[in-house]
Design a protein. Structure first.
Length: 286
C-alpha cells in the first residue's frame, strides 16, 4: 500500500491502473478511521481491482464555530486499518495541496442541502460537495463509497453526481453500530463515560421509529413524537431535529410512504451526533 499527499502522484497512479484495464474504487474519508470506514474499504476492495482511500480533514465543510481544529486525527492508525481492509493507496494531502490561497470555486446542491443538518450547518454540504467533486476530478474512479449514517450527505452527493453528469457510481453502505446500538462515528471519541452511555438514546429512538413503521404506523407526526419522547427521557440529550423526510429529496413527508428517511440529530453534552434509518413501502404497503 502506498501513501501520497500529492494530487499529481495520486492522479498518475490511478491513470496507470486504468491503462492496465483495472477498475478503481474511491473511499472518501476525513481519517480517524473506525469499523464503519473499514466496511466501506472492504466493500470497495471486493468490487474493484484497486482502492484509493482519501484521508483529508476538509476545512471548508466546517462552520466557524465547529470542531475543525480539534477534529481527531491519527494517520498511523489509519494506515494500519487501510492496509488490513485492502486499500492500495492513501491520498493524504495537506490543505494547501487541495485549496490554493485564492480558491474561489464551490459546488452546491441547493434543494437537498437545506433541510435536516443544513438548517444548523448552512455551509456544510457546499464544503462536502466541493471536496468530493474535486476528488472525483483528481482521477477517473469507477465507484465511490459513502456510509448511510450520513444519509443526507449521501443524498446530496447522489444529486450532485446526477445533476452534473458525473461518470461514477455512488455506492451507499449500511450503518455499522457498536454492540449497544450507537452508530460508529469519529465524534464518539468526544464523549465522556456518562455521555457515551447516554448516546445510546439516538439508536433507541431510531429503532423505536422503525418498529412503529414495521407495525403499520404511517403518520410522520405520530412516529417523530414517539422518537422525541424516547430521546427526551435522557437528561444529557438535547434534540436538534427528529424528522421524517423523503430519502431522495430530503423534503419533509406527512406519511411514511415510498422511500422515507427517519433522521435524528442530538446533542449529547456538547457533541452533536446523528443517526437514521431508511424505510421502504411499496404502494403504501410494507
Ligand atoms: O463523510 C465524510 O467523512 C466527509 O464528509 C467526506 C465525504 C469525506 C468529505 O470530506
Amino acid at each position: 500500500m502506498k501513501i501520497t499527499g500529492s494530487v499529481r502522484e495520486a492522479r498518475e497512479q490511478v491513470k496507470k491502473w486504468k491503462k492496465e484495464g483495472l477498475s478503481v474504487g474511491l473511499v472518501p474519508t476525513m481519517g480517524f478511521l473506525h469499523e464503519g470506514h473499514k466496511s466501506l474499504i472492504v466493500r470497495a476492495a471486493a468490487e474493484n481491482d484497486r482502492v484509493v482511500v482519501s484521508d483529508f480533514v476538509n476545512p471548508i465543510q466546517f462552520g466557524a464555530n465547529e470542531d475543525l481544529s480539534t477534529y481527531p486525527r491519527d494517520i498511523e492508525q489509519d494506515k494500519r486499518l487501510c492496509e488490513e481492509a485492502g486499500a492500495d493507496l492513501i491520498f493524504h494531502p495537506e490543505p494547501k495541496e487541495m485549496y490554493a490561497a485564492d480558491f474561489s470555486t464551490y459546488v452546491e446542491t441547493k434543494a437537498v442541502s437545506g433541510g435536516l443538518c443544513g438548517k444548523t450547518r448552512p455551509t456544510h454540504f457546499r464544503g462536502v460537495c466541493t471536496v468530493v467533486c474535486k476528488l472525483f476530478h483528481i482521477a477517473d474512479f469507477d465507484r465511490a463509497y459513502f456510509g448511510q449514517k450520513d444519509a443526507q450527505q449521501l443524498a446530496v452527493i447522489r444529486r450532485m453526481a446526477r445533476d452534473l453528469n458525473m461518470d461514477i457510481e455512488i455506492v451507499g453502505c449500511p450503518i455499522i453500530r457498536e454492540k449497544d446500538g450507537l452508530a460508529k462515528s469519529s465524534r464518539n471519541t468526544y464523549l465522556d463515560e456518562e455521555e457515551r452511555k447516554a448516546a445510546v438514546v439516538l439508536s433507541k429512538a431510531v429503532f423505536r421509529g422503525e418498529e412503529m413503521m414495521k407495525n403499520g404506523e404511517r403518520k410522520a407526526a405520530v412516529i417523530t413524537e414517539e422518537m422525541r419522547r424516547v430521546i427526551e427521557a435522557e437528561p444529557l440529550a438535547r434534540i436538534d431535529y427528529v424528522e421524517l423526510v423523503d430519502a431522495g429529496s430530503i423534503e419533509p413527508v406527512e406519511l411514511a410512504e415510498g422511500r422515507v428517511l427517519a433522521a435524528v440529530a442530538v446533542y449529547i453534552g456538547r457533541t452533536r451526533l446523528i443517526d437514521n434509518f431508511i424505510f421502504e413501502t411499496q404502494g403504501g404497503e410494507l
